[in-house]
Design a protein around this ligand. Structure first.
Ligand code: AHG
Ligand code: MN
Ligand code: MN
Length: 352
């Protein structure tokens, strides 16, 4: 859906109708996006009431990835699953369900979804979100996850909703990345950013620095060079942001550039990092590439990676294209300047 020519303020439904008029094959995808938008408006209203609506952070069971499910995780999972059941969706792979859920057998599409991203921000009035990736449904005898084992390039569309000061829908149908902002009076999303282009260079990085001692050497060297600023090989000072919510960090990167890293590290269970390929990394990677940015696992393009399990984790680096490329040069010793740290020497600030 190339909306570059579309008027700011156009309603999402009108933009989707134009995309379908331009390519009738997008009709089913458009219906799924409309269903997600409707669910997002409901979830946004719940989040917007904060503690007035009860304890959204109340803890329940553990999900299949071992995370404690909070009340809002479950509410969002149920609301989006119900909305997708009314759309042409055969199957859903959700963070909050152990296996693939069958909704409408024979329907053309499959959806991977993180119903509520940034759960550690629930209950403290910080931004959270919902992430989804839409791909063709695949039926293969004896393979219950067949719809989700092609690389991310199989995605037909992807998006996330950020429940922040404003509620925004960031979406791509494969022809650029757009942002729609919720007009609460109208009860509809309206186009506010017809065509995002991520700056190729940036001085801003996002990483959970409390894990520094667990990172592998390339990541330590890259962050150390960011910390050295004008006194190091990068010759420019950097700024750091870490919001604890992938959608919030991703929206900032899409709007002003930067690089986000959640690498693998040597904590138990974190060899492949924390983020999941199907319903976090792959949708974000499509949105980034459609906005001229990059997304890798440090070295490999995320969209080329095929999942072998619904909740498979993958290290994730995304953002300004030149920065993502720079990170890759720290792997395999391809960056001669990397890690020259007289400032920190071998007993560096973050060197083991
Ligand atoms: P989720 O709440 O869906 O499990 O996702 C949380 C993710 C992501 O949103 C965020 O970038 C990351 O976890 C934060 O991880 P740390 O708490 O380890 O920093
Ligand atoms: Mn998440
Ligand atoms: Mn989640």
């Amino acid at each position: 859906m190339s909306t570059a020519s579309q008027e700011i303020g156009t309603h999402l439904d009108a933009c989707l109708a134009q995309a379908v008029a331009a390519d009738a094959r997008m009709a089913d995808v458009a219906a799924v996006i409309a269903a997600c938008a409707a669910a997002a408006i409901d979830v946004s209203a719940v989040i917007g009431r904060g503690a007035l609506g009860g304890d959204l952070a109340a803890q329940g069971e553990h999900n299949s990835d071992g995370d404690v499910q909070k009340a809002l995780d479950v509410l969002a999972h149920e609301r989006f699953t119900e909305a997708l059941r009314g759309a042409p969706v055969a199957e859903v792979a959700s963070e909050e369900a152990e296996g693939v859920m069958v909704l409408n057998p024979g329907a053309p599409l499959a959806v991977a979804i993180d119903p509520l991203d940034g759960s550690s921000n629930i209950g403290v009035n910080m931004a959270v979100g919902t992430i989804f990736g839409i791909r063709p449904a695949v039926v293969r005898a004896g393979d219950p996850i067949a719809s989700f084992t092609d690389p991310g390039t199989a995605q037909l569309a992807a998006g996330f909703i950020t429940y922040g000061p404003a509620t925004s829908l960031v979406v791509t149908l494969g022809a650029g990345t757009q942002i729609y902002t919720l007009d609460r009076e109208a009860g509809a999303f309206r186009l506010t950013h017809p065509q995002l282009t991520v700056p190729a260079q940036s001085n801003e990085y996002a990483i959970n620095a409390s894990n520094a001692r667990h990172w592998d050497t390339p990541v330590k060297a890259y962050i150390e060079d960011c910390l050295r600023g004008t006194e190091g090989p990068r010759d420019r000072d950097c700024n750091m942001r870490w919001l604890g919510s992938l959608v919030a960090d991703a929206q900032r990167v899409l709007m002003r550039g930067g690089v986000f890293l959640y690498p693998g590290d040597n904590r138990k269970g974190y060899a492949q990092g924390r983020l999941r390929l199907l319903y976090e990394a792959a949708p974000v990677a499509m949105l980034m590439e459609q906005a001229g940015a990059g997304a890798t696992d440090g070295e490999r393009r995320i969209l080329d990676i095929a999942a072998t399990g619904v909740h498979e984790r993958v290290p994730l680096v995304f953002g300004s294209a030149e920065e993502v490329t720079t990170v890759a040069t720290y792997y395999g010793g391809r960056n001669p300047a990397a890690g020259r740290s007289p400032l920190f020497g071998q007993r560096g600030l973050i060197r083991s």
